[in-house]
Design a binder for this molecule. Structure first.
Ligand code: DGL
Length: 247
């Protein structure tokens, strides 16, 4: 099976990492819109128009499935993407909610949703979790984490100060949804800051979702072929990918 993977930048590589580890795919075409990252601070119609441009690029490949490895796009543009292509398109929000449902049995767990402004203001995580019976949900937009990760800042004083700023009123969190595919790079720091709260990761969630909802099978013989494209500085995206993915 050949999949397209789309993100605004390098964050979607965290989803690729999970996909490679799971050995679900024969081929991945990765496209990061590095010229226009971040998406999460932009309005809905801009995110839709950027996403539809990306879709035109993906149409050059004979894909079996398109994976939207960006919560902001999943929040605002999933329907429009689906209306414009004839293959299955999966986003990361539905799978994230399913991951909470499958791994958290106590409905009164304190859940913290982190994401970009776009993802948080869409309320999709919030509404999905409420629908599944979870009662105690706090959502905060943490957009500054995106440029920190893009800059390769995964620890140190700036990250600590940023967490202090965002988490100053946050207490007793059981589960943190990393509702942005950039955030797994600082997963350990976020979890530690929040007293070892359990984390939900878009990449791991989508793997489980694909196994459950689509006809994908683990094949240990797969040595997934992956090609990277970016709208700006493709070489630096490749460099980061090789470092993060060990390929
Ligand atoms: N990786 C993207 C997400 O999951 C967001 C980064 C951005 O703001 O573009 O929402």
């Amino acid at each position: 099976m050949k999949a397209g993977v789309f993100d605004s930048g390098i964050g979607g590589l965290t989803v690729v990492k999970s996909l490679l580890k799971a050995k679900l795919l024969e081929e991945i075409i990765y496209y990061g819109d590095t010229a226009r990252v971040p998406y999460g601070t932009k309005d809905k119609s801009t995110i839709i128009s950027y996403s539809l441009e990306a879709l035109e690029f993906f149409k050059n490949f004979d894909l079996d499935i398109l994976i939207i490895a960006c919560n902001s796009v999943s929040a605002y543009a999933l329907n429009e993407i689906r209306e414009n292509i004839d293959i299955p398109v999966v986003g990361v929000i539905e799978s994230g909610i399913m991951a909470v449902e499958n791994s958290i049995s106590t409905k009164d767990s304190n859940i913290l949703v982190l994401g970009t402004k776009a993802t948080i203001s869409s309320n999709l995580y919030n509404n999905g979790l409420l629908k599944n019976g979870f009662k105690n949900i706090t959502s905060i937009a943490t957009p500054l984490f995106v440029p920190l990760v893009e800059e390769g800042i995964f620890e140190g004083a700036i990250l600590d100060e940023t967490m202090k700023l965002y988490f100053k009123d946050i207490q007793n969190i059981d589960v943190v949804i990393l509702g942005c595919t950039h955030f797994p790079l600082i997963e350990n720091k976020i979890s530690k800051y929040l007293n070892s709260a359990k984390t939900i990761h878009s990449g791991d969630a989508i793997v489980k979702f694909l196994l459950q909802e689509y006809d994908l099978k683990i094949n240990n013989n797969y040595d997934t072929k992956i090609t990277f494209f970016a709208t700006s500085s493709p070489d630096s995206l490749k460099e980061v990918a090789h470092k993060w993915l060990n390929i």
